[in-house]
Design a protein. Sequence first.
Length: 502
Amino acid sequence: MLSLRMVARRWASEAAIQKQHARHKLTAKERVELFCDPGTFRERDAGVVHNCNDFGLGSTHPEGDGLITGTGLIHGRPVYVFSQDFMVLGGSMSGTNAQKMCKIMDEAVRVGVPIVGLNDSGGARIQEGITSLAGYADVFLRNTLASGVIPQISVILGPCAGGAVYSPALTDFTFMVQNNSFMFVTGPDVVKAVTHEVVTKEELGGANTHHVKSGVAHGTFSNELEALQRLRTFYSYLPLNNKSGPPEYPSSDSRDRDCSVLDRVIPPESTQAYDIHSVILPVIDEGSWYEVQPKFARNIVTGFGRMEGKTVAIIANQPEHNAGVLDIDASMKAARFVRFADAFNIPIITFVDVPGFLPGTGQEWGGIIRHGAKLLYAYCEATVPKITVITRKAYGGAYDVMSSKHIRGDMNYAWPTAEIAVMGSKGACEIIHRHVKTPEEMSDKVKEYEQKFCTPVEAAKKGYIDAVIEPRHTRKLICEDLERLKDKVSTNPWKKHGNIPL
């Protein structure tokens, strides 16, 4: 830590550094040095100063103006980084800050390398007025133009309020640190003045709030050291740009390894819950799972894994939470993840066990039709290899939405336990056989329905399922499919852009 402290002195006094550490926060320079491979970070524009002389700023022109920008390596792969320095004018956004930030963002797009922002700022530099706001807009434009071209990651390591929140919101992934990072459009004081609500910063926009309730954060960490190390791991899953393929690492995990544990995952009763991770983990390479948004919309699971060393995107219904039903939050969470994977050429593997969309006035009035259509749109639009495995239930419109054959699924499998139908047997029979008078007769009708429709046989007869497979063969088949589909070419009709139901 001593050597890093020596580097940081150019930015602030020893007392300021100690104060930063007392808050359990690293300095801006320490962050980039720890995030990048040792000795690889090269700073840009370190001598740049602001040009504002109003409100007493003319007497202080700190070098770098409270923003570190530059390039480095993560596990030997290039990365562009900017790091806001809260110890210099509160890390506030100035016109000069914006110019520095936009300069490396433009270069990152030109060379096709991801950009990572380490955010710790008090917001706009009020002394600069409209210049600061113009700077924010310049950055927002770059975020938008870079979207789908290079991966963009935001790490919130302190306050991020007002207009500052929209740059992270425009990036692909946002991560936060518990107790020290906050995001909100308006702070607790403004909320109290306008709505008379009394709320703390943590309750309004803390890490847990955005990880569990809003879904703004894709992950949280207990401290900055953990955050930087875990994000180095996360970075290893991402392609450098939209023209490169998924990164590949040596793997000794054979496609032929024993996966017989999968034969015992599905409970004998169709109403009994199980953890979908018990399906995902045996299928992907051992130790390669990195879950995204694990505490938000827990009825659906999203994350990255590897198959024979190559990155894949996993989307899976989670029967352990709300029976794996699709609702507003789950639809939005999965749709955004599908679109990222498609934008950056990452194959998508979908595990399906879904009883349908969540009913109720809360969902209908909240726009489940529109939000559910986002997931449908994302899967329909995706042209990367798409492999789907139905483990149990695939009911109603949710069957169509979850990467079915009808929306260009490349390979669609079903386990013998799969139930593919318009709806559950009991509900279906209560409609079809509503004139049946005795419970015994209805029970017979339910059994008849289950034998005909609550199996994958009918779907397989119609070609909607490519094969009914034994669970233990899932990993091997997916590995074979990914190898065969790696050069897949699929295009959409020319358009300026689609009109996704936002």
